[in-house]
Design a binder for this molecule. Structure first.
Ligand SMILES: [Zn+2]
Length: 357
């Protein structure tokens, strides 16, 4: 057991410790070259485990009559620490500012960063713009609609029966019990018919969504829908527009044929083939090519006369008005146009792919 120091020795010890701290103070703070180093040094003195704090902790053992005098000395040293710290801090700040001001100026003549390679229109955008331009040239306007659609506009008013496979969870992306990501751009003709009085002629491009995923199907793809409603519209008008469209998109003399087909919202309905753009053997004189499966024809879109029930459901009197609608997949048109073998190439975002068009 060490002996307890007598009060006089204790007071003298504290005195010496305070004096040592005071003397070393300037040098300690002066040697701190950064603000952080300065703050660390300050904490070594005044922090919870600091040297001055340690001295203070001995005060309890100092006799009452000496305590006041020592207390004053401790306070004086503490104030000196604080003043020295503040002075050194101001000095460091001044030096930093000075360094900033005297640093060499920013060199505007240095070479810049090389610009990123320029982007390029995606084949889907190119083909979409081209198809839209062709129909605008034929007098069609552009109509837009939402991608999240009520089932009424996407299915019911287009004549899809409630048990149609497209309405199934397996085939469509439902967001609520009666909203889904539109499965075709035909929701736009419903919206146009509800909102406007005929006559009308619109083209409606946009993204559509289905649960398909293979080499020729993607869960998101793009369609363009064109529709026209007027008095006395017949299949002849539809075929005329199709022939004009095929010539403008694939060149003069491109043959077109309609094959009967079924879509719930048209009557009659048809699928449209154009003469194979690769082998140009639609006249059947030679056996075609593998891209047209040796038929000489390639399917490009579906169409038909708008079903009277659809017109009526959207508030248009089918006794007075009739119309046609046609819809095509933009990816399919682009794949045929550019000979792209896999639809996924169009959605991978590889700039080397896009730069080819
Ligand atoms: Zn062919």
């Amino acid at each position: 057991m060490s002996e307890k120091p007598n009060p006089t020795e204790l007071s003298e010890g504290i005195d010496r410790a305070l004096e040592a701290l005071r003397e070393g103070l300037d040098a300690r703070f002066a040697s701190a070259a950064t603000e952080q180093a300065l703050r660390d040094e300050n904490a070594k003195l005044l922090g919870k485990k600091g040297e001055l704090t340690a001295v203070l902790k001995q005060m309890g053992a100092v006799p009452a009559d000496a305590r006041r005098a020592i207390g004053e000395k401790v306070n004086a040293v503490k104030q000196q620490v604080e003043a020295t710290f503040a002075a050194r801090l101001a000095e460091l700040h001044r030096a930093a500012r000075q360094a900033e001001l005297t640093a060499p100026p920013f060199d505007l003549t240095l070479p810049g960063r090389a610009p990123a390679p320029l982007g390029h229109a995606h084949p889907i955008s190119i083909v979409r713009d081209e198809v839209v331009a062709i129909f605008r040239g034929l007098g069609f306007g552009v109509f837009d609609g939402p991608e999240v659609e009520h089932e009424e506009n996407n299915f019911t008013l287009l004549g899809f029966p409630p048990d149609h496979p497209a309405t199934d969870m397996q085939d469509s992306f439902w967001t609520t019990s009666n909203h889904l990501l539109r499965t075709h751009t035909s929701n736009i003709q419903v919206r146009a018919m509800k909102a406007l009085e005929p006559p009308m002629a619109f083209i409606a491009p946009g993204a559509v969504y289905r649960r398909d995923d293979d080499a020729t199907h993607s869960p998101v793809f793009h369609q363009i829908e064109a529709f026209l409603i007027d008095r006395g519209v017949s299949l002849a008008h539809l075929k005329g527009v199709l022939a004009e469209f095929a010539e403008r998109l694939y060149g003069p003399g491109t043959p077109v044929r309609l094959r009967p087909s079924y879509f719930p919202f048209v009557e009659p309905g048809a699928e449209v083939d154009i003469g194979c753009v690769f082998c140009k053997q639609a006249d059947g004189t030679r056996p075609g090519c593998s891209l047209c499966k040796h038929t000489g024809w390639i399917e490009i879109l579906g169409c038909g006369l708008i079903h009277p029930v659809v017109l009526e459901g959207c508030g248009i009197d089918p006794e007075q008005w009739s119309g046609f609608a046609l819809g095509m997949g933009i990816e399919r048109i682009a794949m045929l146009r550019y000979g792209i073998p896999n639809i996924k190439l169009m959605f991978e975002g590889d700039p080397r792919f896009v730069a080819q068009f």
